[in-house]
Design a protein around this ligand. Structure first.
Ligand SMILES: C[S@@+](CC[C@H](N)C(=O)[O-])C[C@H]1O[C@@H](n2cnc3c(N)ncnc32)[C@H](O)[C@@H]1O
Length: 321
């Protein structure tokens, strides 16, 4: 079997017999007024963070959700769009498509605003999405792409890029590794399927997004996810996995490189009322301005009168870039 077949088999098993806490989400799922999540759906929360960012979901966007799981996030996206077929959920595993269909029917019983027709579940996979070029506003995947080998991740990202409209957004949540995961774990297909051994480092993960063509990437959360302890996983030292939530925009990459926002700000503390770098960045004295990491490096090199604050690993708009 290939690792993708092992993955499909694993998710067929956990579709039929839910494994509560499989992905050990650290944050409770998004609570919204008049949104009731059926228990069966909660028990099949196989994500590692969240991809549902309300600020990205104005104007009832068309959302393509890849790897539906128990349907939890598809329901949350439907909450914002509330129209027939606004959420298209792609899933290759028959038992998972059946479980999500059942769970969404339950959701309709518990939520007066929801109709199962709001979510259309389609057979398909991340490498061949059953939708036209440039046809969706938002593409989301939670805890799936980390399972893929780097070559397959490249294909899946290229496919996501293809189906997004210009300015469209890729919302992802995945584990990342604080150092490279050793080969003996990477080759363990079951661990990989469980989102425990395919993770890239932060730098590798962001590089894949930039190489695909996304011009702006925002970090929405970065938090501890799991510890692979040295004894159970035959490691020299414990290895911490983190979960990373990102929003990537299908906008052109600027000539001097993609903008990656990690929550840094630049603060001018000189004698003039403001600092102008002549490249579109105007800093008012004493007022933090959000900057991407690339601009942070440039501004810091200009003047000792500019302080750059640390990454907060949370950014959702504003600033000077
Ligand atoms: C870790 S689960 C995450 C489920 C859901 N996103 C959540 O947050 O609960 C991964 C999901 O992707 C599906 N999947 C597996 N291989 C896939 C592929 N090649 N393309 C698309 N989905 C796939 C699995 O069947 C499963 O539903």
């Amino acid at each position: 079997m290939t690792y993708l077949e092992t993955t499909a088999q694993f998710y067929s098993e956990v579709a039929q017999t839910p494994q509560v806490g499989l992905c050990c989400v650290q944050s409770s799922s998004l609570q919204l007024p008049e949104l009731n999540i059926p228990l069966q759906m909660q028990q099949m929360n196989y994500g590692c963070g969240t991809t549902v960012h309300p600020t990205e979901l104005a104007h009832a966007p068309t959302v393509l959700y890849v790897g539906v799981g128990g349907g939890l996030e598809a329901l949350q996206f439907a909450y914002f769009s509330r129209r027939q077929g606004a959420v298209i959920a792609v899933e290759p595993v028959t038992a998972m498509r059946e479980a999500a269909t059942r769970n969404l029917k339950l959701a309709a019983q518990e939520n007066a605003w929801f109709d199962p027709s709001f979510v259309e579940i389609r057979e398909g996979d991340a490498f061949s999405l059953p939708v036209a070029d440039a046809s969706v506003d938002v593409l989301a995947q939670n805890c799936l792409f980390n399972i893929f080998t780097p070559q397959d991740l490249h294909l899946a990202l290229k496919e996501a890029f293809r189906v997004l409209k210009p300015q469209g957004r890729l919302l992802m949540s995945d584990p990342i590794a604080t150092r490279s995961i050793p080969q003996h774990l990477q080759q363990d297909e079951r661990l990989r399927a469980m989102c425990l051994s395919g993770a890239l480092t932060y730098e590798q993960y962001i590089k894949h997004l930039v190489n695909t063509g996304f011009g702006q990437i925002e970090i929405r959360a970065r938090r501890p996810y799991r510890l692979l302890d040295s004894q159970s996983y035959r490691l020299k030292e414990h290895l911490l996995l983190e979960s990373l939530d990102t929003v990537s925009y299908k906008v052109p990459i600027p000539e001097d490189g993609a903008c990656v926002f990690t929550g840094k700000t630049a603060i001018y503390a000189g004698t003039k009322p403001f600092f102008d770098d002549g490249a579109g960045h105007l800093l008012q004295r004493g007022i933090p301005a959000a900057v991407c990491d690339k601009t942070a490096i440039k501004l810091a090199s200009f003047s000792e009168e500019i302080t750059i604050t640390n990454s907060t690993w949370y950014y959702d708009g504003g600033g000077c870039c």
